[in-house]
Design a protein around this ligand. Structure first.
Ligand code: ADP
Length: 474
């Protein structure tokens, strides 16, 4: 139960913050990839660092110690100590392991001691490097890795390291402390199949004093560009986020404003309408007063309709708006009749019902549909400078769609404005200075979208406009 509620709240959280979560995860992965890219670039450069020079040094080192071990003269030092002791070591190894260990240790230590003292300082290495490269500031180290003796030429007894699994380099000569695969120049193993001989492995490591700093310096441009690209992406993120918040605040402010304004307007308006009706009921025979009364009634009803339209359209997002099935032909006829009765200017409205036979009932909200048609009719009259204003309303069937076309012989809409007329508060400033809020067509579009219909606009400047509502009946 607890798990279920935790899971549920997690799902709610993800739903609420899905865009933020997505944005931050994308950013996180991007930074991770950049970081991985930098690390692998560093690793590649590290493995290739000093590569050609290492090859050359390796060749020279092998050439200069042919037939010798570790450094020139090294073989003689080891031979002197070890060759006479192989029999003793073998006997001890087979009879007394403890004694063998201490004896082999002392021999091994002596070999190391003599090898270290026998090398003539840095001279061998310096002449090796100088003969091959023109490099200064190089550190090196020659190490002993493995020393084993054999009595029969087949089986070997390890003197160092006694545990063969551990690989360890014992420094003989040089001051480089940090040995690794990256700075290994040579790795030589020598053995002989003869009895009473020994097997030896040794290596040479060479590195720059400032290898890391050199590598980091080489990588600085890549590092810088990575940093700049990540910074730029973060800046873009921040800008988009700020913009989104601004937009959201603006939308909320607009909705809040519309909601409170419409609500505040409705109450005094209702009082005006009632007061006006009471005025009529007084049955005053004055003709002028009757005229004023009619004007008040018409205009206040119009205002009330506008306010109600605003309220219902702002509520369109809520799914509580009711819809029922209507006979679209009857409904259209009735709306046009009402409009004709209440119209304020001279206009010729014609209805061409090309469907004739009864069309299938359409699921719609009556108030919203009436608002849609009224808004289109009002615009057709408003944006018309002709003496003989004409509106053609056509109902037709095309394939599986019903189309309501409302066209006028008005001023038309420019191509530039055609894409924008459905936007909130958009008004085209033509020669015809008409009052309005730029909300009529915005509401039309909202209503069309609410019913999941489509709207098309054809227009030619100076000739007129046609709005087509496309109702698909799937
Ligand atoms: P309003 O009517 O308040 O200006 P609308 O959203 O209804 O707002 O219309 C937006 C703009 O579209 C109008 O300002 C007008 O320029 C243009 N327009 C709308 N309908 C027509 C039409 N039938 N003929 C010409 N222009 C129109």
């Amino acid at each position: 139960m607890l798990l279920m509620s935790a899971l549920l709240s997690l799902i709610m959280y993800i739903r609420e913050y899905k865009y933020k979560i997505l944005a931050f995860s994308a950013l996180f992965f991007l930074i991770l990839i950049q970081f991985k890219f930098l690390i692998s670039t560093y690793e590649i450069r590290n493995s290739q660092y000093f590569f050609a020079e290492k090859e050359l040094l390796n060749r020279r080192y092998r050439e200069s110690i042919v037939n010798d071990y570790v450094y020139p003269g090294g073989k003689k030092i080891i031979d002197n100590i070890l060759l006479t002791e192989i029999d003793t070591l073998s006997v001890l190894y087979n009879s007394d392991k403890n004694n063998f260990k201490s004896y082999s240790d002392s021999l091994y230590k002596k070999i190391i001691y003599d090898l270290r003292n026998g090398s003539k300082g840095d001279t061998f290495f310096t002449s090796l490097v100088m003969g091959s490269l023109n490099e200064e500031q190089l550190l090196y180290c020659i190490t002993l890795r493995d020393l084993s003796v054999t009595v029969d030429g087949v089986n070997y007894i390890a003197l160092y390291p006694q545990d063969q699994n551990e690989r360890s380099d014992m420094p003989i000569n040089g001051s480089l402390d940090d040995f690794s695969k990256e700075n290994e120049v040579s790795n030589i193993s020598v053995s002989s199949p003869d009895p009473k001989t020994y097997r030896i492995s040794y290596g040479l490591y060479v590195d720059h004093v400032s290898r890391r700093i050199n590598l980091i310096q080489q990588m600085l441009p890549i590092f810088f560009f990575s940093l700049v690209s990540v910074a730029m992406i973060i800046i873009i993120y921040v800008m988009i986020y700020q913009n989104w918040r601004k937009q959201k605040r603006l939308t909320m402010m607009t909705t809040d404003f519309l909601n409170s304004v419409t609500h505040e307007f409705n109450t005094p308006l209702a009082s005006i309408i009632v007061a006006n009706q009471s005025l009529k009921n007084l049955q005053i025979e004055d003709e002028k007063l009757q005229l004023i009364h009619a004007v008040i009634q018409r205009q206040s009803l119009r205002l009330q309709r506008l306010i109600n339209q605003t309220i219902s359209v702002t509520k369109l997002e809520e799914e509580s708006v009711e819809r029922s099935f209507y006979d679209i032909q009857d409904l259209l006829r009735q709306i046009l009749y009402d409009y004709n009765i209440n119209k304020t200017s001279e206009v010729d409205i014609r209805f061409d019902d090309q469907v004739r036979s009864s069309a299938q009932p359409i699921l719609l909200n009556e108030f919203l549909f009436t608002t849609l048609v009224f808004n289109l009719l009002e615009n057709a009259v408003k944006f018309n400078a002709n003496k003989k204003k004409r509106i053609d309303v056509v109902l037709r069937r095309l394939n599986n769609e019903l189309q309501i076309s409302i066209s006028d012989n008005g001023i038309g809409i420019s191509e530039k404005a055609r894409n924008k007329v459905f936007e909130q508060f958009y008004r085209e400033s033509g020669e015809l200075k008409k009052s309005g809020l730029g909300l009529g067509l915005f509401y039309v579009k909202k209503i069309v979208e609410f019913h999941k219909w489509r709207i098309k606009l054809n227009s030619a400047l100076g000739k007129g406009s046609e709005f087509i509502i496309i109702i698909s009946r799937d």
